[in-house]
Design a protein around this ligand. Structure first.
Ligand code: ASP
Length: 441
């Protein structure tokens, strides 16, 4: 297992085991309490007081704790990810192909999910008055976070702003793309200068990653209470509409994942690796089952490696390289889920996202595939940050958390199978490389 995967696996898993049940209970109880308030005492003053002074602030504190940790987490995960990619020097061509493949296939994945959510519009049709009210509250709560975000730039300015002129300012503005750019650049620098001191620095950054993961694991322990509050606030204002919209959201996520899994992957296998997709899915069954049940790409890595070796019979070196990197960097399912979720919540809260905004979301989702840890619920902090970045109330994440575990199992399966497809394709494309032929297995 590579360093980042090992570290993430060791750090407290997010939303594991019993916690998942407590989150579900919080979700159900909060929804029932909110619906009761909506039906029995619509618009009552005491509900507003409760939301303003109790359930609202609790939700806000939970979100702020998550936000607090996102920058150190993203920065350290990206730097370590890039530094690792360059470590296997003799596999430089394989590394380059993997990078190009990852960016293109993640781009296709995100484009599919964004198209699906735009065509089917699962979040449309919510009571506009209630949505605006919530938007205003959320806006206040998230003011510090949203303030001076990259939204203030438009068009070409938005593109230029990806390169920060002051990285500290970018961090303090939560300018996620600019911070990611700096982290990638820093990771490359760390690759180029290999001295004892930079080794120490790399170790220290890995340490930051471990600490951030552990702290996020602790914050997530508060999720059941926070989810109760989120769901109470939302369902007290939106009533039954909320549940209908939520089912539509789950449907769209599953549809988008299925298109990638059963449409795009078979095409890639057939065209680029000349591999029969049916045989491929049969041979990778064990990895699918493992990914589905653990909801963690990192935990599935040993199984994926074995499947690549024993079933797909791929060259060991390439499989090890592609799969270990892929477990943290090539996450198609995660990128798709993040795209659908952000746009769904924007529709839900009536936030109009321009083409430029959507392009921004797409780019972040592709990059976030690299920066999201392969553990259960790894995408949640990233989604919270993207939401704030495009002006959608981050509270909306409460809606998603209730159904997250099931969707996490599905998207993780896509993540892992996507890595195996990548390994199969890169092996086929690299079969003529002399180094692979000689030292391949
Ligand atoms: N659970 C996912 C994985 O391990 C990450 C996520 O999307 O939350 O691949």
């Amino acid at each position: 297992m590579n360093d980042a995967a090992e570290m993430a696996a060791e750090a407290a898993p997010i939303g594991h085991g019993k916690l998942q049940w407590r989150i579900l209970i919080g979700f159900v109880l909060g929804t029932i309490a909110g619906l009761a308030a909506y039906s029995l005492a619509p618009g009552a003053a005491w509900i507003e007081t409760l939301v303003t002074y109790v359930t609202g602030p609790i939700g806000q504190i939970f979100l702020r704790l998550l936000f607090m940790l996102v920058i150190p987490l993203l920065f350290s995960a990206l730097v370590v990810g890039i530094a690792e990619m360059g470590e296997v020097r003799e596999l430089r061509n394989v590394g380059l192909r993997t990078l190009v493949y990852t960016v293109i296939v993640s781009g296709i994945a995100v484009a599919i999910s964004i198209t699906a959510v735009n065509v089917l519009r699962p979040g449309d049709g919510v009571d506009p008055v209630a949505a605006r009210e919530l938007l205003a509250q959320g806006g206040e709560g998230a003011a510090g976070i949203v303030e001076a975000s990259s939204k203030s730039e438009a068009g070409i300015g938005q593109l230029i702003a990806i390169v920060p002129n002051n990285v500290i300012a970018a961090m303090s503005n939560n300018d996620i793309l600019a911070v990611m750019f700096f982290a990638l650049f820093f990771g490359i620098g760390l690759l180029l200068v290999q001295t004892p001191r930079t080794e120490t620095l790399k170790d220290a950054i890995e340490g930051v990653f471990e600490v951030a993961m552990r702290l996020i694991g602790m914050v997530i322990q508060l999720a059941p209470i926070a989810i109760f509050c989120f769901m109470f606030n939302l369902s007290a204002q939106f009533g039954w509409d909320l549940l209908v919209k939520l089912s539509a959201f789950v449907g769209v996520v599953l549809l988008a994942l299925a298109i990638q899994m059963f449409g795009v992957f078979p095409l890639l296998l057939k065209l680029l690796a000349n591999k029969n997709p049916v045989a491929f899915f049969r041979e990778t069954r064990e990895a699918s089952v493992m990914a589905f049940s653990t909801a963690s790409s990192n935990a599935t890595l040993p199984t994926a490696l074995r499947v690549a070796d024993e079933q797909l019979k791929l060259p060991g070196k390439i499989a090890r390289f592609v799969l270990t990197i892929g477990a943290t960097a090539n996450q198609n399912g995660t990128a798709m889920f993040e795209g659908v979720t952000v746009l769904f919540l924007a529709q839900f809260f009536g936030v109009d996202l321009t083409i430029a905004d959507q392009a921004f979301v797409m780019l972040i989702c592709i990059l976030a595939g690299i920066g999201t840890a392969g553990v259960p619920g790894g995408s949640l902090p990233v989604i919270a940050l993207i939401l704030a970045g495009v002006g959608v109330p981050p509270e909306g994440i409460g809606l998603i958390l209730g159904v997250d575990r099931f969707l996490d199992m599905c998207r993780t399966t896509l993540n892992v199978i996507g890595d195996l497809v990548c390994a199969q394709v890169i092996s086929a494309l690299s079969s003529k490389d002399p180094v692979i032929v000689i030292e391949g297995t």
